[in-house]
Design a protein around this ligand. Structure first.
Ligand code: C5P
Length: 206
């Protein structure tokens, strides 16, 4: 039996952390759909046309630490605005969502476009300043050459592009539950998400 949890929101709001923790708590599989767009974006940086890259994407393309850079994030958000790129990635995401045993997918359009029938939809957000602080700390810890101002500008640019595009823009589904993590610790945010999922009655071992 399948049980799908859709978690959307802007960059660095805490979606990834919450998704992984919720998946671990309920024993569900987790797909970070941003990685699909990052992998396509990374390929365009080597000269491959975006649509071709999306249609030829392989599972092993997702296992690459270099996908986490700010440069790849910007490239991802550019290719993500191309409808043919998004279309090429739909089947894989829907199949993942329907897998037996339960699935958590996080991204920008999971509750609105990929899995409008998801049993639980969360929209995770936080203030720009807090999101930029978190992303700066994450990138700086990895030794990236970044400044707090640069990271903030990068996030705002990406959010604007993601929210304003015509194809599957970043927006909360009408029936999504909002979690604002601005003033929440990681454990408090995870607790809130787990409680919301629990209320929806996930079948044991889905
Ligand atoms: O989540 P992450 O920051 O890794 O996503 C990188 C980019 O991929 C986003 O800025 C967005 O443009 C795109 N994306 C998307 N739809 C998703 C997931 C990510 O358009 N479901």
């Amino acid at each position: 039996m399948s049980f799908t949890i859709a978690i959307d929101g802007p960059a660095a709001a805490g979606k990834g952390t919450i998704s992984k923790a919720v998946a671990a708590h309920f024993g569900f599989a987790h797909l970070d759909t941003g990685l699909l767009y990052r992998a396509v974006g990374a390929k365009t940086l080597t000269g491959l046309p975006a649509i071709e890259a999306a249609r030829g994407l392989m599972a092993e393309d997702l296992e690459n630490d270099a996908l986490r850079t700010a440069e790849v994030a910007q490239a991802a958000s550019k290719v993500a605005a191309i409808p043919e790129v998004r279309a090429a990635l739909v089947d894989f995401q829907r199949a993942f969502a329907r897998r037996a045993g339960g699935a958590v997918l996080d991204g920008r359009d999971i509750g609105t476009v990929i899995c409008p029938e998801a049993q639980v939809k969360l929209f995770v957000t936080a203030s720009d300043a807090v999101r930029a602080d978190r992303r700066f700390a994450e990138l700086a810890a990895k030794g990236a050459d970044v400044t707090p101002e640069g990271v903030l500008q990068d996030l705002q640019e990406r959010d604007a592009r993601d929210s304003q595009r015509a194809a599957a823009p970043l927006t909360a589904a009408e029936d999504a539950v909002l979690i604002d993590t601005t003033d929440l610790s990681i454990s408090a945010a995870v607790e809130r998400a787990v409680a919301i999922v629990q209320k929806a009655g996930p079948p044991k071992g889905a």
